[in-house]
Design a protein around this ligand. Structure first.
Ligand code: ATP
Ligand code: ZN
Length: 298
């Protein structure tokens, strides 16, 4: 294996994850000079090079050490590495979920087909782009499924009469429904993840990798985090903490000239709805502000 001095990260070239992956890296302060028809793109901000590839190839590149890091749907990792272990390579580790690209791998059957648990699929022909995940399910559940492997447009296979069911990725389920299919079983939920090789890198590169991973964690955490400020009677503090789940040890500041009322400042890691604000108001809170957070390092 060649010795590199700079980290290399693989992300999807075109598709559902491509823009979000670049935007996430940019928020972590890592931008790239994208040059057409180049395989590698250097970052002027951080010692890392970018490889733009097909999403399905990212797990294998990270496993083989071609890339040290990758951003890819966990579904692709399941299919390429975890559902049917590969003998060569260093192995890959999921460092963290990234909060986008959420969907699930499901079994769907024609609406008119009776379904009474997985056993009713015994011996069925199932169209999928996820043969390893499907075969693992078939073996675990003793279903003896016949896997019809298709590269895309899996949802039309039952209509064409070449499959009895499909095993496909869905987010809203609209594509399945418009093809007369209904979801009956979920194999797993998935989202985009940060993947690293299990190979130990030279110390300097390990340091850079840890720095980048920490920044990406900061960006992802910040995406869900809000800074909440309000004034309230001191006696309402406990109730308020129950109303805002995920609110970490708030700062409580006495308000000058008012013995009972305090200012409460806190970071909340869960979504705050209008209903939550109305409940806070009912607890006696006023001047409630909810602000976005740009970066977090815990
Ligand atoms: P490539 O050309 O890179 O192979 P692709 O066509 O295989 O692209 P996309 O359709 O862009 O891949 O999907 C990439 C990833 O987006 C999926 O592997 C999955 O993790 C995620 N994703 C999110 N929502 C959906 C969805 N509704 N259907 C399919 N994939 C989804
Ligand atoms: Zn793909």
């Amino acid at each position: 294996m060649e010795q590199r001095e700079r980290l290399r990260i693989g992300i999807q070239k075109n598709g559902r994850l491509a823009d979000r992956s670049l935007a996430l890296l940019s928020k972590a302060g890592v931008n790239f000079d994208l040059r057409k028809d180049r395989l590698l793109h250097a970052s002027p901000d951080f010692p890392i090079d970018l490889m733009l590839v097909r999403d399905d190839d990212i797990p294998a590149y990270v496993n083989d050490g071609v890339c040290d890091l990758g951003i890819v749907g966990e579904n692709a990792v399941q299919e390429a590495i975890w559902a049917a272990p590969v003998r060569h390579g260093h192995g890959v580790t999921k460092l963290q979920g990234l909060g986008f690209g959420a969907c699930r791998l499901v079994i769907a059957v024609p609406e008119r087909l009776p379904f009474d648990g997985l056993a009713s699929l015994r011996g069925a022909r199932v169209a999928t782009s996820y043969p390893n995940c499907l075969n693992r399910l078939s073996t675990e559940e003793g279903l003896e499924l016949e896997c019809i492997q298709l590269a895309g447009s899996v949802e039309i296979a039952p209509g064409l009469g070449i499959a009895d069911a499909v095993c496909d990725l869905v987010s809203t389920g609209g594509t399945l429904r418009s093809n007369g299919l209904r979801e009956v079983f979920t194999l797993f939920e998935t989202e985009a993840v940060l993947l690293r090789t299990e190979r130990t890198l030279p110390a300097e590169m390990e340091r850079d990798l840890a720095r980048l991973a920490l920044r990406l964690k900061g960006v992802t955490r910040a995406a869900n985090a809000k800074y909440v400020m309000m004034n309230a009677p001191r006696s309402a503090l406990e109730r308020i903490q129950q109303v805002i789940p995920g609110m970490e040890s708030p700062t409580v500041i006495p308000l000058s000239g008012d013995g009972d009322r305090v200012a409460i400042h806190a970071v909340a890691y869960e979504e705050i709805f209008w209903e939550t604000l109305e409940t806070l108001q009912a607890c006696g809170a006023s001047s409630i502000l909810v602000l976005p957070i740009e970066k977090v390092i815990a």
